[in-house]
Design a protein around this ligand. Structure first.
Ligand code: DOR
Ligand code: ZN
Length: 329
């Protein structure tokens, strides 16, 4: 038995730089026809010059595979002229609250300072991608941030706002209130809860931001993904960190899932008896919401088990050492 997928897209992807970029980009390019590239490099991608240089490096690193990097700028207050000049080179602008996650120190500290930029983005039809967490108690951060999403969605009704990697029932419910909100959901948040991260021995490989939440939150995500919600798209948030940055004091947040994403999604959708919804989740809904015409790439998965490697270079992948029933042909 085979599954055929057309032009899979990863709508939230960290490719990093240098050796990690060279290691992980071909793994994404092998499965996906394109990805939305996160800009939180050590020196954030916050100018057109940096963005074009980074895009070239990604294209070089993807070798012969068809893979389009859909670039994002790191949000800072931009003038209208700056936005106009970069508009055709980006899929959107990624907003991080300052200090909320890996390499987000230069993010936004006061939302009152950014209204002019958001107004210009709305007029120029540039989507806003948001890491939606407050600085509160870790399990409440997304719920608290829903106030910000609500405020932005109301003030800028024509601004397409993407709630990145949502993890809670609150965020799922909020989507229903405003047509200009979309969301991405990761593979790992469909599978794990906080118990998997810290309920037994601490699992650094499952530590990410936003942290996995309760079984009820996970159920809310599964319901909308498996139900084919028309504004929810797949974004892996695959975020590679070398082992020495995970297995140490001060474990870095991030789960490296790109090499297992499509086979494991197939397994999860099959178990939920909704394989017919997979194509929408991994491509069609994103194309509709963003108005994208993706490069054509046909991917076949076959029902053949394989064991996920313990390492890709210095990085342990999600599901390391475990078996997955579907393989990429
Ligand atoms: O777990 C995460 N890792 N969440 C993020 O928001 C950033 C990412 C990273 O860059 O490592
Ligand atoms: Zn991310």
């Amino acid at each position: 038995m085979n599954i055929h997928l057309t032009s899979p897209l990863d709508m939230h992807l960290h490719l990093r730089e240098d050796e990690i970029l060279s290691l992980v980009t071909p793994l994404s390019a092998h499965s996906f026809c394109g990805g939305v590239i996160m800009p939180n490099l050590i020196d954030p991608v916050d100018t057109k010059r940096k963005l074009l240089a980074y895009r070239e490096k990604i294209i070089d690193a993807s070798h012969s595979d068809t893979f389009t990097p859909f670039m994002t700028l790191f949000f800072k207050p931009f003038s209208r002229e700056e936005l106009e000049s970069v508009r055709d080179d980006i899929i959107g602008i990624k907003l991080y609250p300052a200090g909320i996650t890996t390499q987000s120190e230069n993010g936004v500290t006061d939302f009152n300072d950014i209204m002019a930029t958001l107004e210009a983005m709305e007029e120029l039809e540039i989507p806003l991608l948001v890491h939606g967490e407050s600085g509160g108690f870790v399990m409440d951060r997304e719920k608290e941030f829903c106030f910000v999403y609500r405020d932005l969605a109301q003030r800028f009704p024509k601004l397409h706002i993407i709630m990145e990697h949502i993890t809670t029932r609150n965020a799922v419910d909020l989507l229903e209130e405003y047509e200009n909100l979309s969301a991405t959901i990761t593979l790992h948040h469909l599978l794990i809860t906080l118990d998997d991260v810290a309920g037994g021995m601490l699992e650094p490989d499952l530590f990410c931001k936003p942290i996995a939440k309760t079984p009820d939150d996970r159920e809310a995500l599964r319901e909308v993904v498996f139900g084919g919600h028309p504004r929810i798209m797949f974004g892996s948030d695959s975020a590679p960190h070398p082992r020495h940055k995970k297995e140490c004091v001060g474990c870095a947040a991030g789960i490296f899932s790109s090499p297992v994403a499509l086979p494991l999604l197939a397994q999860v959708f099959e178990e939920a008896e909704c394989l017919d919804k997979l194509q929408g989740f991994i491509s069609d809904i994103a194309c509709r919401r963003y108005g994208l015409v993706p490069p054509e790439k046909n991917i076949t998965l076959t029902r053949k088990a394989w064991r996920v490697p313990e390492r890709y270079g210095s990085i342990r992948p999600f599901y390391a050492g475990k078996e997955i029933r579907w393989s990429l042909v």
